[in-house]
Design a protein around this ligand. Sequence first.
Ligand code: RIB
Length: 287
Amino acid sequence: MKKIIVIGSASIDLVVQTNKIPDTGETVLGEAFFTTPGGKGANQAVAAARLYDEVYMIGAVGDDVYGREILDNLIKNGVDVSHMDVIQNEVSGTAHITLFEEDNRIIVVPSANQHVLPETVLPKLEEFTSGDIILLQQEIPAKTVEAVINFASENGLKVMLNPAPYRKINVDLVDKVDWLTPNETESALLFEGKIDKGLISYPNKLIVTQGAKGATYYDNKLILVPGIERKVVDTTGAGDTFNGALAVGLIENRNFKDAILFANKAASFSVTGLGAQGAMPYRSQIE
Ligand code: RIB
């Protein structure tokens, strides 16, 4: 069975729900606070593992309470954590999230996630083989993302890069990945506002996610695979659910459009509950 390997961040989300965003120097009272597992890498691993059996995570946590919680949560969701590092005298990554008017604002403090480095990650990739799919995001150092993409293209592993959060990427790296999955904001930054031109330049590779509207790619023409509207409770992690599910759809050899539809369905469920992973669906909910 082919494997999905997620290489990325694993964090704890510290979430505040509020009906008012404070101005500079202002204090407001919020509605609620909770902590929950997050990090784009771990979210994508959990999304994939709820739909597929062979999911591995490569990343790092601190030697603190949050680190144990992050690992326990991955294990509980069926993710193989044997390649996760616990960094001594370091704290785990945190994401500081404000939920306001059906949307979120996020500040990520990478901490242990900064220790996900080429020298520790590449040796762990030796056991994986041609056809396995690597899922990458950008909450770990850029040099690791670059080294993994180069390793994968030399060794026949497939790579999906979710370029979130945005940072500049070399064109030769984009050429080497199999699939690139920015949202509309990241696409506008990557392609200097010319998203359609980007789509046409990367047929069946660039997939622009557009929230509830769906996702667009190019195959002789622009194709919008529609999303499924559901009552929104919390959109945090919807993009991660899309990416994890898309990797599952592709590893199962669905055709491109069907794989995107499968991912859209998964993402639509994820917004119906609180927390990044709270409402990520299981297979029976999607099929
Ligand atoms: O994509 C959502 C995730 O981004 C959150 O879970 C938070 O950890 C941030 O990394």
